[in-house]
Design a binder for this molecule. Structure first.
Ligand code: GRF
Length: 220
């Protein structure tokens, strides 16, 4: 797992703000994660995260989904763009497109996503409101390997937040995002150090031992 300068190559996909991407970039630039962030790619030309990445001197590309006739053509183009950088790891960081089976299989075992819920709870959208509506007292976020099932791949690490009286979807989102910025860099670090991998059965191994279904739990 080595790119040209001896570090694993990571490509990050975003659609918007890119605060998770920025945290991972920051830690890589500070050598807290030993990885080369080879490129940041967005499907939205005006994603603010693209500007940030450029300012950090990282290669950026836009592969606009709306200028492709079909999802399959978009994904072919996206794969070509990603594979230019020969990544060891593809990081989905707020990438708001559903990815097809061929794409997902192409990066099997080397693509991570962050989802704003304690998976397997609340796959899909509106997770903060759904946690509130259900009266949950705990909510959180999960980094998981990407498989063909949307938000259904095996978990690597989770962090929880307490749902307090008066919390709204917005306040919960802010609390959860603080945790996202902690757990995503940890997961990327583990992957690039070769400490986690997904085996052929779809189990996550950590230092060679299977993790429980919900992954490592970050201590509060
Ligand atoms: C995060 O909340 C993440 O959980 C979800 O999309 C959001 C992206 O935020 N998948 P940002 O672009 O990293 O700020």
């Amino acid at each position: 797992m080595q790119s040209n300068d001896g570090k694993p190559s990571v490509v990050i996909l975003i659609s918007g703000t890119g605060s998770n991407m920025a945290k991972i970039v920051e830690m890589a630039l500070q050598n807290e994660i030993s990885a080369e962030i080879s490129a940041v790619i967005s499907n939205e030309s005006n994603a603010p995260g693209i500007q940030y990445a450029k300012q950090q001197g990282i290669s950026t590309q836009v592969v606009d989904h709306s200028s492709h006739e079909t999802r399959s053509l978009f994904e072919k183009h996206l794969m070509r763009a990603i594979d230019e950088y020969q990544p060891d790891l593809v990081v989905l960081a707020g990438f708001m497109r559903i990815l097809g089976a061929e794409f997902v299989r192409h990066y099997r075992g080397k693509m991570l996503n962050i989802h704003p819920s304690l998976l397997p709870k609340y796959q899909g959208l509106n997770t903060h409101q759904r946690a509130l509506d259900a009266g949950d007292d705990q909510h959180g976020c999960t980094v998981h390997f990407v498989t063909e099932e949307l938000d259904g791949g095996p978990s690597v690490i989770q962090a929880s937040v307490s749902v307090e009286q008066g919390d709204t979807a917005e306040t919960l989102k802010a609390k959860v995002q603080q945790k996202e910025h902690v757990i995503y860099p940890i997961a990327v670090k583990w992957f690039t150090e070769g400490r986690i991998n997904m085996d052929g059965m779809g189990n996550v191994l950590f230092d060679g031992s299977p993790l429980p279904l919900q992954g490592v739990q970050l201590e509060p």
